[in-house]
Design a protein around this ligand. Sequence first.
Ligand SMILES: *[C@@H]1O[C@H](CO)[C@@H](O)[C@H](O)[C@H]1NC(C)=O
Ligand SMILES: *[C@@H]1O[C@H](CO)[C@@H](O)[C@H](O)[C@H]1NC(C)=O
Ligand SMILES: *[C@@H]1O[C@H](CO)[C@@H](O)[C@H](O)[C@H]1NC(C)=O
Ligand SMILES: *[C@@H]1O[C@H](CO)[C@@H](O)[C@H](O)[C@H]1NC(C)=O
Ligand SMILES: *[C@@H]1O[C@H](CO)[C@@H](O)[C@H](O)[C@H]1NC(C)=O
Ligand SMILES: *[C@@H]1O[C@H](CO)[C@@H](O)[C@H](O)[C@H]1NC(C)=O
Ligand SMILES: *[C@@H]1O[C@H](CO)[C@@H](O)[C@H](O)[C@H]1NC(C)=O
Ligand SMILES: *[C@@H]1O[C@H](CO)[C@@H](O)[C@H](O)[C@H]1NC(C)=O
Length: 441
Amino acid sequence: MRFHLVAAPVILAVFWALALVQSLDFQFPNFTDAARDQLILSNSYIAEKAIQVTPDSHGASMANRSGRVLYIRPFRLWSKEGKKASFNTTFVLNIKNMTPSSGEGLAFILTAYRDVPVGSEGQWLGIVNPTLNGSMEARTAAVEFDTRKSFPGDLDDNHIGLDVNSVYSRTSVSLNGSNIYISSGKDIKVVVRYDGENLTVFVGEDMDNPVLSEHLNLSSYLPEAVYVGFSGSTSNNTQLNCVKSWEFIGSEIEDSKLRWVWILAAAGSVLILLIITGIGAIFLHRKRGCKVDRLDDAYRNIDEAILRSSIAPRNYKFKELGKATGQTERDDYISNIVHRLWELYRRGTILEGADARLDGIFKKEEMERVLILGLACCHPNPNDRPSMKAVLEVLTGEAPPPDVPAERPVFMWPPKPPSFTEWDNSIIGDRLPPISELAGR
Ligand SMILES: *[C@@H]1O[C@H](CO)[C@@H](O)[C@H](O)[C@H]1NC(C)=O
Ligand SMILES: *[C@@H]1O[C@H](CO)[C@@H](O)[C@H](O)[C@H]1NC(C)=O
Ligand SMILES: *[C@@H]1O[C@H](CO)[C@@H](O)[C@H](O)[C@H]1NC(C)=O
Ligand SMILES: *[C@@H]1O[C@H](CO)[C@@H](O)[C@H](O)[C@H]1NC(C)=O
Ligand SMILES: *[C@@H]1O[C@H](CO)[C@@H](O)[C@H](O)[C@H]1NC(C)=O
Ligand SMILES: *[C@@H]1O[C@H](CO)[C@@H](O)[C@H](O)[C@H]1NC(C)=O
Ligand SMILES: *[C@@H]1O[C@H](CO)[C@@H](O)[C@H](O)[C@H]1NC(C)=O
Ligand SMILES: *[C@@H]1O[C@H](CO)[C@@H](O)[C@H](O)[C@H]1NC(C)=O
């Protein structure tokens, strides 16, 4: 249906915009095969309900290995406007030595790179290799759990450290004083907090006294978006480097400029929608709804204009729409989306309509507001769609979403009450089929 095709940019603009402002928020109480889809594993494995950052005893040789596991979606750390995100992450480590003395260590990392660097085994903990070490190119920050004194500057074989673009720690603290032994094979709970200014690490159950707290401006070293996860390594000395659970809660950066871009994009689409509805109605009124082909052409041209216009968000969905070979196919696609959304709304589960690619990473209230608004814009009766002002108010969060009937309303012709032109029922008559049928093929 044409309305849907026109309303689609509104919905898509909004999905696109939500993808820009989304925050990162996830939880792994344990790691099963299902977790694989959400992780980037680079020489790391899932086994025994845990991440084996370096191979466990069942696989290949455990010596001289490095590995890296990252959450699949990057985290937006800062914006060019000077805003900074904050995060809290909690994980449980279990490290057990497999040789008389342990080696080498495990680290929580924020990094620009998906893959574990070649040559990062041994003392490098999978964080950097000899070439990247000490260079701005390394673009990696880490909290290391080091189990081997592998070079003279290394504190001891049981310490944590804060590493920035290097495996040589800025600060390191022995855990001997806290009576925690990293490679003991016991579960160790760790909390890392970053508030945009200080990075703070708690180890064990004591949440009052951080083991390490350091002023750190991550924006100076890391790109705007980073992957978060773990790296680890072994040498001649080996250990099991397990992560048993992991939770991450990141704040979102609201980029006011981008926000306005998408609000304008959505508003522009609504404006076009209203104009087209007006044109369509006037056209029908004049031609008594008979010139189906010309109406069809008019709509198609406008569709294309929207798809081409610079105000329309050029994003993946349009590419997909473009791939659909025929107009009909494209219409059906969008029509199905709207029907599906309305059905979910009726059942009170509209959030299931959110794009699967967002992985559930969005503000639920915001997404719900936007989906309901999208439905309101798809109301078959143009006069029941929200005004531009109302749309803007909902998008900016000033007003709640409009009331939308639980059942998808039936199209009424003429729409009541007419607002943009004067109707003459005697001309249009009752036998006129709904516009959706006129416009369809
Ligand atoms: C393992 O994690 C899944 C979710 O990823 C959860 O449903 C399940 O209860 C967890 N099992 C245990 C034993 O914690
Ligand atoms: C590990 O690598 C070192 C050189 O970096 C080498 O001397 C040693 O033999 C290797 N160990 C194993 C078990 O492969
Ligand atoms: C992290 O935890 C602290 C202390 O509980 C809290 O004040 C802060 O808001 C949390 N940050 C995020 C991003 O959740
Ligand atoms: C690694 O980088 C640090 C600077 O962060 C430097 O002091 C150290 O010498 C480097 N080590 C090697 C082996 O290149
Ligand atoms: C911590 O204890 C280990 C032995 O368990 C020892 O080798 C190391 O030197 C100690 N670290 C410090 C800083 O005293
Ligand atoms: C960061 O740490 C410094 C020094 O401990 C402290 O003065 C400052 O208030 C901390 N900043 C925040 C945002 O907690
Ligand atoms: C942090 O680093 C960025 C990039 O170097 C800089 O623009 C910003 O002013 C710094 N923030 C603080 C608080 O020093
Ligand atoms: C590692 O072990 C091999 C023998 O397996 C030995 O030749 C080599 O020197 C050791 N390397 C280190 C760095 O300890």
